[in-house]
Ligand binder design. Structure first.
Ligand code: CAA
Length: 261
């Protein structure tokens, strides 16, 4: 059972389900949410029984409607600077989590909500989902990675248009643009996301970490370095017990049994 106030955390078999739980504020992301998510993500990453995670929003309307404007309205520039505001999302949620996780976007994913979804390894979207970076309407700009991750996901033209106009993109457009892996009927989103997570959880866990690491490297480095990184990780995996089991199981026409090493 979850002991958090702003999120719900439950384990279903090998899958951790985390739900942003401030539905009255459309799951807006404040400092308490970040602190709790940071703890939940760290606990997931450290728990050997857990092999995939799904993050979604409570209520029918929103994944997260952005950073909490009511928290930010009170702050002055020096506070944002001295607290290095927003830096925790990158360090705790993105860098701190080596194991796979999926964002199941069930409604509005705006500003920091869109940025949080883009921190996931991939996004599954309800057909009611809406994505946007409307910070310009508040006199600011994305602060949790939107200008970088949205641009890498959908290209300069669409990212620039989204940021400059603040308009929302529906799920169909998001899939066409490559922002989301798949669109699912709204009522089936969580079931589909959990099933997808269970599929990932059934794979050799060390190979899952390495697959995630090498795909992410594509965003950080040159092609030549990325290819070398991929080969090294492939070679490391060939030394694992799960490689011996996986290839033996294929030859013997049976399912593999994974040790995670
Ligand atoms: N922060 C704080 N509270 C928020 C919020 C946010 N980002 N988004 C919605 N809420 C609150 C509303 O204030 C409202 O609370 P009250 O009932 O107490 O008034 C409640 O959630 C419901 O919202 P609405 O009545 O506005 O619902 P709606 O259906 O009419 O509109 C919406 C939905 C279009 C998403 C609208 O709420 C909206 O535009 N929200 C703000 C979106 C936004 O600008 N996000 C970017 C934030 S800045 C940011 O994220 C910076 C960054 O890069 C990290």
């Amino acid at each position: 059972m979850s002991t958090f106030e702003n999120i719900l955390v439950e384990q279903r078999g090998a899958v951790t389900l985390v739900t942003l739980n401030r539905p009255k504020a459309l799951n807006a992301l404040n400092s308490d949410v970040l602190r709790e998510l940071g703890e939940a993500f760290a606990a997931y990453d450290a728990d050997k029984s857990q092999r995939c995670m799904v993050l979604t929003g409570s209520g029918d309307k929103a994944f997260a409607a952005g950073a909490d404007i009511k928290e930010m309205v009170e702050k002055e520039a020096v506070d944002f600077y001295l607290e290095d505001f927003f830096s925790g999302w990158q360090s705790k949620v993105v860098k701190g989590t080596r194991k796979p996780w999926i964002a199941a976007v069930n409604g509005f994913a705006l500003g920091g909500g869109c940025e949080l979804a883009m921190m996931a390894d991939f996004i599954l979207a309800s057909d009611k989902a809406k994505f946007g970076q409307p910070e310009i309407n508040l006199g600011v700009a994305p602060g949790m990675g939107g200008s970088q991750r949205l641009t890498r996901a959908v290209g300069k033209s669409k990212a620039m248009e989204m940021c400059l106009t603040g308009r929302m993109m529906d799920a169909e457009e998001a899939e066409r643009a490559g922002l989301v892996a798949r669109v699912v009927p709204h009522d089936e989103l969580l079931t589909d996301a959990m099933k997808t997570a269970e599929t990932i959880a059934s794979k050799p866990p060390m190979a899952a970490i390495a697959n995630k690491e090498m795909v992410n490297a594509a965003f950080e480095t040159t092609l030549e370095h990325g290819l070398a990184h991929e080969r090294r990780l492939f070679q490391i995996l060939t030394a694992s017990e799960d490689k011996v089991e996986g290839m033996q199981a294929f030859v013997e026409k049976r399912d593999g049994e994974w040790k995670g090493r």
